[in-house]
Ligand binder design. Structure first.
Ligand code: MTE
Length: 326
């Protein structure tokens, strides 16, 4: 099947010139609020809110290790309203409208493959078994929008250590819940994307201290649309690597195939490091729209290599040609 025919909609802001896209919405909504908050106006506000339970965690403090960016944080409403979570649909507002249909209680993550102690961790054990900390990270989508979010979570490395990876483990594969009853997008996108949504990291990337398993944002548990109850955040890679609502982690010897690679291998490679020098085949990656960004208050900034985390992560890729292994 041809990828061209099947390719799910890219953000309409990338297909339509940004000015046309925003002005159409501006006129449609005729809302003064939109002119300042833009994207938040699509928030699916009639849907029940999810997440938002208070969490105990260590606050981020400025440091040189990349755990804390002092850049302005994106307002929480924008982060919760403008999402990619194809299990609920391809429009940016679909996850906010429909992700409440997913139940996140009970929840567990199964860890198996190349580990000495395979098993399952229930969410209660995760919440009580790991010290939660805040990480203020930039996240940049392959579609060239970006945001700054105070996540709450713990290093993925700490979870993996519990299961004792064997010496054969070289990669980590992640899968999202797949339940067509609760995830309406999987019903309409049947045959387009192979479910469950899958992602992968090399083991050294997975063990990097910046790689976070997040259970919250802005001090509270995650809204469903942002990946409740637990998701990955890999700040130097395009947003799609940050897989949401994880139910399975498998340590493997061979490089796993990810959902986006399966779908469009010429557009979405396994590594997907943020790289302004390597354009997406259909658009430039040199700059990004930092949310909130609107027609009258555009907030376009230059994209930095490794999303600004070069000092922390460049050493992982010294022997690689990142133009070929994109
Ligand atoms: N995880 C799953 N399971 N399904 C998805 O469609 N979209 C990815 C990623 N994780 C996605 C996913 C993409 S394309 C992006 S940009 C980020 O989630 C967006 O995270 P956010 O919606 O919390 O901003």
């Amino acid at each position: 099947m041809s990828n061209k025919r099947l390719f799910p909609p890219v953000a309409s802001s990338e297909i339509t010139p940004e000015s046309a896209y925003l002005s159409r919405r501006t006129f449609m909504r005729a809302s003064a609020a939109l002119l300042t908050t833009g994207i938040a106006a699509d928030s699916g506000s009639a849907s029940p809110r999810t997440g938002g339970e208070a969490l105990n965690y260590q606050r981020a403090s400025p440091s040189a290790n990349g755990f804390h960016t002092a850049e302005d944080q994106t307002p929480q409403d924008d982060v919760a309203a403008y999402c990619n979570f194809y299990e609920f649909g391809t429009e940016k507002s679909d996850p906010a409208s429909y992700a409440h249909e997913m139940s996140v209680d009970p929840w567990s993550i199964e860890v198996d493959g190349e580990v000495s102690r395979p098993g399952k961790l229930h969410l209660e054990d995760i919440m009580s078994g790991f010290d939660l900390e805040e990480r203020i990270y930039r996240l940049r989508c392959v579609e060239a929008w970006s945001m700054v979010v105070p996540w709450v979570g713990f290093p993925l490395a700490k979870l993996l250590a519990r299961f004792e990876p064997t010496t054969r483990a070289r990669y980590v594969e992640f899968s999202t819940l797949y339940d067509s009853q609760q995830m309406r997008g999987t019903r309409s996108l049947t045959g387009l994307i192979e479910w469950p949504y899958r992602e992968g990291l090399r083991l050294d990337e997975a063990l990097h201290p910046l790689t976070l398993l997040s259970v919250g944002m802005y001090g509270k548990t995650l809204p469903n649309q942002n990946g409740a109850p637990i998701r990955l955040v890999v700040p130097w890679k395009y947003g799609f690597k940050s897989i949401k609502s994880i139910v399975k982690i498998r340590l493997v010897e061979k490089q796993p195939v990810t959902s986006w690679e399966l779908f469009a291998p010429s557009e979405y490679g396994f590594y997907s490091n943020v790289n302004p020098e390597v354009d997406h085949p259909r658009w430039s990656q040199k700059s990004e729209r930092r949310l909130p960004s609107t027609l009258f208050r555009p907030n376009r900034i230059e994209t930095k290599k490794f999303n600004g985390y070069e000092e922390q992560v460049a050493s992982l890729y010294t022997s690689m040609d990142l133009k070929k292994q994109y």
